[in-house]
Write a protein that binds this ligand. Structure first.
Ligand code: ATP
Ligand code: MG
Length: 271
């Protein structure tokens, strides 16, 4: 079980003894999950979650987004129950989640719809965001495959989640379905976005290199039942570019995480 260290810093995301049971069974998907992300002053944080398929990662993100309540336990944002926190959390789902009957521009503007932003200003900010995610020139196309590629549809979802400047950004395998070049481009785009807005990002992936490249903190989950079992602190420079992947330390970290993943897979089988 992972030991949680709670320092004097404010707690931005906190899960306390969270258990989830689906249906009529005695086997919880998640059992007594404890998790803490502290709010470091003047910097966002990039937290990565790794864990086997089905261990409950997407379920955890839905709790933090306030889309679902756990069977038991507490989910706190800045020490308040998630729906009372007043914090803006954006979510990029595992499946593409753009609305195909709207254009790219309308999809991105939707991210501001509930904030009462005046339409001209909404358009201006949406165009700025479209530019940032590399979709300029596509703004009037419908957000539908194959008019736009899978990678482009995912950029729309990212732009929509970013436009409201969320304090917390939840990203569920956002680059999982992309080809390798698009994936690398998106990683660097996200790195830029993160430096610019500094939200707290909780990012789920199955790709260890991606985890080490993007993350400051990596948390590894075991399955059956799902819970956090390891934390790896990524002590690489704050502002990274792809060169860092050639460094010995980067590769050491990848190996370290890989070894822990293998150990955790064994552990999950035994239970
Ligand atoms: N609404 C639901 N009703 C019943 N079972 C569910 C529900 N949502 C999730 N589950 C089950 O809970 C388990 C965890 O699901 P979850 O989607 O959180 O896993 P995950 O870690 O995100 O997996 P993956 O890496 O494949 O995306 C799975 O066995 C899934 O079938
Ligand atoms: Mg999932």
């Amino acid at each position: 079980m992972l030991k949680i260290t709670d320092t004097d810093l404010p707690n931005i995301i906190e899960l306390k003894n969270v258990t989830q049971v689906y249906g009529k069974t005695d086997n919880p998907i998640l059992e007594n999950v404890n998790f803490l992300v502290e709010n470091k002053p003047a910097q966002g944080q990039f937290v990565v979650i790794l864990g086997a398929s089905g261990c409950g990662k997407s379920t955890l993100l839905r709790f933090i987004a306030g889309l679902q309540k756990p069977s038991s336990g507490e989910v706190l944002i800045l020490n308040k129950p998630v729906r009372q926190s007043g914090i803006r959390a954006g979510m990029v789902f595992q499946q593409y989640s753009s609305l195909p009957w709207l254009t790219v521009l309308e999809n991105v503007e939707l991210g501001l719809d509930f904030q009462g932003v005046e339409s001209k200003e909404r358009r201006r900010r949406a165009m700025e965001m479209i530019e940032l995610v590399g979709l300029a020139g596509h703004e009037n196309k419908y957000a539908v495959y194959p008019t736009l590629s899978g990678g482009q549809l995912q950029r729309i979802a990212i732009a929509r989640s970013l436009i409201a400047s969320p304090e917390i950004l939840l990203m569920d395998e956002p680059f999982g379905a992309l080809d390798i070049n698009t994936r690398l481009q998106m990683q660097d785009m996200l790195e830029d976005v993160w430096l610019k807005f500094q939200p707290t990002i909780i990012f789920v992936t199955h790709d260890i290199e991606e985890a080490v490249y993007l993350g400051d903190d990596i948390y590894i989950m075991a399955a059956n039942p799902g819970r956090f079992v390891h934390h790896v602190s990524v002590d690489l420079p704050f502002n990274r570019d792809r060169e860092v992947k050639h460094s010995a330390h980067f590769n050491e970290l990848v190996r370290k995480v890989e070894d822990k993943m293998i150990e955790v897979a064994e552990m999950s089988r035994k239970n």
